[in-house]
Design a protein around this ligand. Structure first.
Ligand SMILES: C[S@@+](CC[C@H](N)C(=O)[O-])C[C@H]1O[C@@H](n2cnc3c(N)ncnc32)[C@H](O)[C@@H]1O
Length: 460
């Protein structure tokens, strides 16, 4: 068999073949071996605490064109999505732990072999070439690992899935926690977290109707379907900037679960509304698209808050935007109470790992309690700023109870003037307590995992 070197003719598969989302129009610009190595570097950067976007921004992509960058992203995300089983497989074939980057290149290659469509001889020869660029001496070893795997892939997978991490592709503590907390739903939650989220759009009804957007897509042969009067789902994901109307603020990307926030908040014309944790501004923009209210958008992160202003400008919306700690009203509040407060709180993001598989490996179990403490501080800090008769919508994109039902029950017991208003959430059978499962029922309500609690201030 020929063994192409790292500088041999390009043989990267289209990313769609690698099992992830972007379709590529052109052949890639550099050899697969280099992309595998860079994906290994990005995966290692995530394991040492960087999110995937930062990790990918830091790897050296000199000479990569757009298509190759997409392939790199796909390999990195795919490897992170299935990291539990990939680690379990590689572990079976190594007697002493290899250098981290070599092990990571093997995870990437096995991801391609098990979930991609590139010919296995190409994946193996390129991965061995990638390993050679790290350590010449490890060439034979990595070739042997990959060939051993290919001899009996099913048996290797069967062994890897004997352990929770391999079976569910989530950290063991995460699986154990969900099994304990959600005896009925832990399996659908984990399975949903390993799926792919569709590209869902929210039409800016101040600029267009769903029918108009669908017509403009049809003209460009972009297949899409309406899910509601403001929601569209694309048959195949594609870069949003290339969709007609995006730059003109005709629509935004927003998951179907996130699109429930603004209707549940139900702000009306003339109301004074606070979005306490607004960046990058998706839910706040939706509120402003639905009502002529006076909205204050806060976020503690001075960098992220800039994106709120950019989003409002693209969509033609007006609101006051400020960087501030929402839990400390004396630093930003003028004393006039709000009719509505949206508290989309910082959380583990355990409900959105199908879009952010890096989140599974970045979080520690201790983060759950630490984030729950931040959420409590925000609820308690904001409660005095709500009018009597006003409503605060508490939202997380988590599936852990400490951040959701337990958090809300504890708030209700601390605040005598707080009551929970029953809301109906569409989609999946678990939603009665406010929890939307990641993946939903897949067909009509394919959303991320969200939690919603609507809290009203009553007169004492
Ligand atoms: C889930 S995100 C919000 C997403 C946003 N609502 C949207 O739909 O685009 C949570 C946000 O809370 C912000 N945050 C965290 N602690 C905060 C605090 N004490 N005050 C204000 N914002 C905070 C984070 O910077 C982050 O942008």
């Amino acid at each position: 068999m020929n063994s192409p070197s790292a500088s041999a003719a390009p043989s990267i598969p289209p990313a769609s073949q690698a099992g992830e989302q972007h379709a590529l129009a052109k052949p890639p610009s550099v050899a697969l071996a280099l992309v595998q190595r860079r994906a290994g570097e990005a995966v290692l950067a995530v394991l040492s605490g960087n999110n995937a976007d930062t990790a990918l921004a830091r790897v050296n992509t000199t000479g990569f064109d757009g298509a190759t960058r997409s392939a790199l992203t796909d390999l990195t995300y795919g490897t992170l999505r299935f990291l539990g089983e990939l680690r379990g497989i590689v572990h079976q074939f190594v007697h002493s732990k290899p250098e981290p980057l070599i092990e990571a290149i093997l995870w990437v290659a096995i991801y391609q072999l098990s979930h991609g469509k590139t010919a296995s001889h190409v994946v193996v020869s390129q991965a061995v070439a990638a390993v050679e660029t790290v350590n010449r001496g490890a060439k034979g070893f990595s070739n042997a690992v990959l060939r051993n795997y290919l001899r009996a892939p099913e048996a290797s997978l069967a062994k890897a899935i004997e352990r929770d991490e391999g079976m569910w592709n989530h950290p063991t503590w995460w699986v154990e926690r969900l099994r304990r907390e959600q005896p009925e739903w832990w399996e659908p939650i984990l399975r949903g977290g390993n799926g792919h989220g569709p590209l869902t759009l929210r039409v800016n009804r101040r600029r267009a109707t769903v029918a108009q957007v669908l017509d403009s897509f049809a003209e460009k042969k972009i297949e899409a379907e309406a899910l509601s009067e403001t929601m569209i789902v694309l048959k195949r994901p594609r870069p949003v900037e290339r969709l007609p109307g995006f730059r003109d603020g005709v629509f935004s990307i927003q998951d179907a679960g996130a699109q429930l926030a603004a209707p549940l908040l139900h702000a009306k014309d003339g109301m004074r509304v606070l979005d306490a944790c607004a960046a990058p501004g998706g839910k706040a923009a939706h509120v402003l698209e639905l009502a002529d209210c006076s909205l204050l958008a806060l976020d503690v992160d001075a960098e992220r808050i800039k994106r709120v202003g950019e989003n409002f400008a693209r969509l033609g919306l007006n609101a006051e935007v400020r960087a501030a700690d929402a839990a400390d009203p004396k630093s930003w509040w003028d004393g006039t109470p709000f009719d509505r407060i949206l508290l989309d709180a910082p959380c583990t993001g355990s409900g959105v790992v199908r879009r952010h598989p890096d989140g599974k490996w970045l979080k520690r179990e201790s983060d759950v309690a630490q984030l729950a403490a931040q959420q409590k501080r925000l609820i308690d800090g904001l409660w005095p700023t709500l009018k009597v008769g006003g409503r605060l919508l508490y939202v997380t994109c988590s599936v852990f109870k400490l951040e959701n039902g337990v958090q809300v029950d504890a708030s209700l017991s601390r605040h005598a003037d707080m009551r929970r208003v029953r809301v109906t959430l569409p989609g999946d059978p678990a939603s009665s307590g406010g929890q939307l499962l990641p993946g939903g029922n897949r067909k009509t309500h394919n959303h991320d995992g969200y939690f919603y609690a609507l809290l009203e201030k009553i007169a004492l």
